[in-house]
Design a binder for this molecule. Sequence first.
Ligand code: GLN
Length: 483
Amino acid sequence: MHQLTLAEIARALAAKQFSAEELSRALLGRIHQLDPQLNSFITVTEDLALEQARAADARRAAGESGALLGAPIAHKDLFCTQGVLTSCASKILTGFKAPYDATVVEKLAAAGAVSLGKLNMDEFAMGSANESSHYGPVKNPWDTSRVPGGSSGGSAAAVAARLIPAATGTDTGGSIRQPAALTNLTGLKPTYGRVSRWGMIAYASSLDQGGPIARTAEDCALLLGAMAGFDPKDSTCVDQPVDDYLAALTQPLAGLRIGLPKEYFGDGLDSRIAERVLAVVEELKKLGATVKDISLPNMRHAIPAYYVIAPAEASSNLSRFDGVRFGYRCESPVNLEDLYKRSRGEGFGAEVKRRIMVGTYALSAGYYDAYYLKAQKIRRLIKNDFVAAFSEVDLILGPTTPNPAWKLGEKANDPVAAYLEDIYTITANLAGIPGLSMPAGFVDGLPVGVQLLAPYFQEGRLLNVAHQYQQVSDWHTRAPEGF
Ligand code: GLN
């Protein structure tokens, strides 16, 4: 049962091959047996899951037939879940049980999805390796001495190891696409504003976006269809109808114009990854696509701009964790200042503190113009690069990451080396456009991802191209040994 995709599960449940309760019990058994090797879950909500599964079975027995009715999933632990620990993998949220569900959680539950628990991540989604979690690092099921990517590393490891068929993630600078690439999955970061951020604990509010991580583009289409849509509770959520992503999958690719940015194939890219990416391009040509060389000239400024804007927003967002309102409070504070200082000093990890300091500095009087404002101007240039590129091509294609999964600890003491892993993904967040990573083969037994980028609200096109590629390739069907 654990090998099935969401689409296959939907058919099996409709054909009564097994019940949602049986399926959830089987996967909970796998989580108990196998997750100690991976550490992908922070919380397993067994009782709640079985209750939701029985409710899904009852709805089906009463004649309902939604594709996600009874589908097991799990949520990254920064989506608020009512009455369940929502930790952001931080000590500072110790014991915090959210008083309400995030809109994404609510929408997926309404569609009948069964949540098996909450997934490990980098603390406050800051990281590319899932090593900054207060709950310990997550291991990559393809090689447990390696990182699964981050920050949605728990989501990626759990789906890759077939503990769950799909999960939610969030992507501020690549945190859905990069872990998907490093674990042989399909992951989609939607257009900024496509999916509600209500109840999604903020890291960098102008960049954060929730999305699906699954094995296939078809499953991402199923999940995105349920997650997306206008939400009056999020003022940045766009009031635009949700496309029929399943219908988009089957469009032929004849005439599709693909752009290959020269900046995506330069120094720093592992040449074996470049080979895999170009092999995908050849397959897409056979399906009728045409290819054009393009340029995104301001891409080289993306990492410096991101590492000013994201920490600036984080320093502001994380000021709410003060030892008074949520989670952790230090022992016996002597006065209010001591309470703030020690609660935050003891509650936040090193990477989070680094970013709060960088961000506070960048926003301080006298430096705001030199750093924050400058970074915002670069952001506009990057957006303009994409707008110009999309006047010539329908889709941009390149590698998702410069390297395959690295060893645990390898970059842990070198934040800049880790930041450089985001080089291909963060431009999409700065511009707000949608991006998808899909499996493209292996290098030394480690998965490699190809990234597709599309104009605003063209998630359907990304899913279409990925699905068509998955009809003529089988990388996405490969499972890590031992799982
Ligand atoms: N690795 C990037 C960072 O640490 C992106 C993280 C994310 O997308 N949440 O900021």
